[in-house]
Design a protein around this ligand. Structure first.
Ligand SMILES: Nc1ncnc2c1ncn2[C@@H]1O[C@H](COP(=O)(O)OP(=O)(O)O)[C@@H](O)[C@H]1O
Ligand SMILES: [Mg+2]
Length: 282
């Protein structure tokens, strides 16, 4: 195909030999198959920031560190410079997350390069070498749905152990590759420790994939891995070998409000006595 303008720099400096085809034009990015150094790979070109809502992005950006304090301050403001920096951070976030997750053993596409706002990564293919379908494009047996659900729950745990929550996990962002499931689309990845919405995002990721697999294996719909995983994470006991049950026991014991008030009164009396003693001494 004719080389789109955005690839010109990459072609000029030899990173891309040829743009083969456009795979997908999504809301936030265009995805192409390109030939790079003699191999087919996938190129993700991010769309302009104006197509995304700034406030929605802010929710994901929380807890992310800017390159420096000037950038961090700019990102908090909705100015032109702030938006540019936010956009850069958004693109880099996907590259960073993909690299961290590959290192942590999560099956995501390998990053080959990131230049001129374009992410060059492994092209995930099916058994015939064509672009891999998304989970949403295939039908599953109950047994396969249970197997894939288990696998993705393990991947979610691996991601969280690496400090990352996908934030938009669903049947649209998992590819069924030749060698198994591959998780994609991570510009919104959330820093688990530094984001106040982390818990609800993790629970939503788990709910999304459970609802999808539940169509083929309805018994999955009564599991609650999200809250179970978060509880272990919050306790500091989550590990890749954690035995998960899919059950979550809510603590229904009523809070001992009177007991807590007694403790507070007691602490206050002690404090007042200390103050009184100090004023007598001085
Ligand atoms: N590494 C890849 N290999 C094969 N296909 C991909 C790859 N990355 C993305 N795609 C295809 O492009 C589509 C859009 O990519 P995605 O990263 O989900 O962006 P968005 O949903 O924001 O447009 C995916 O649904 C998938 O079909
Ligand atoms: Mg997507």
């Amino acid at each position: 195909m004719k080389t789109p303008e955005c690839f010109e720099i990459l072609v000029l400096n030899g990173l891309v030999d040829e743009v083969v085809s456009r795979l997908m034009s999504g809301k936030e990015a265009d995805v192409y198959v390109v030939q790079s150094k003699g191999e087919l790979c996938c190129a993700k070109v991010y769309k302009d920031i104006r197509t995304r809502s700034f406030s929605q992005m802010a929710q994901y950006q929380e807890g992310r560190k800017g390159r420096n304090s000037r950038q961090a301050r700019a990102m908090q403001k909705n100015t032109r410079y702030g938006r540019k920096e936010t956009e850069e951070a958004w693109k880099n976030a996907e590259v960073d997350a993909l690299r961290t997750l590959t290192e942590a053993g999560v099956r995501v596409p390998h990053v080959y390069d990131y230049a001129a706002g374009i992410l060059l990564m492994e092209f995930v293919v099916d058994a015939d070498g064509n672009a891999a379908p998304r989970l949403n494009d295939i039908r599953l047996t109950g047994a396969k749905a249970r197997e894939y659900h288990r696998l993705l729950i393990n991947e979610i745990v691996l991601m969280l152990c690496a400090g990352i929550i996908h934030g938009d996990l669903s049947e649209y962002n998992v590819l069924v590759g030749r060698d198994g499931l591959v998780i994609i689309d991570l510009p919104q990845a959330v820093n688990a420790a530094g984001n106040n919405n982390a818990r609800s995002m993790l629970e939503r990721d788990v709910e999304n994939i459970t609802a999808y697999f539940g169509r083929f294996a309805p018994e999955l719909l009564s599991t609650d891995y999200g809250r179970e995983i978060w509880k272990l994470y919050a306790n500091g006991t989550l590990s890749v070998t954690s035995e998960l049950t899919g059950l979550f026991k809510q603590n229904d014991t009523p809070a001992d409000v009177k007991g807590v008030m007694r403790e507070i009164d007691y602490a206050r009396i002690l404090y007042e006595r200390t103050l009184a003693r100090k004023s007598q001494l001085s």
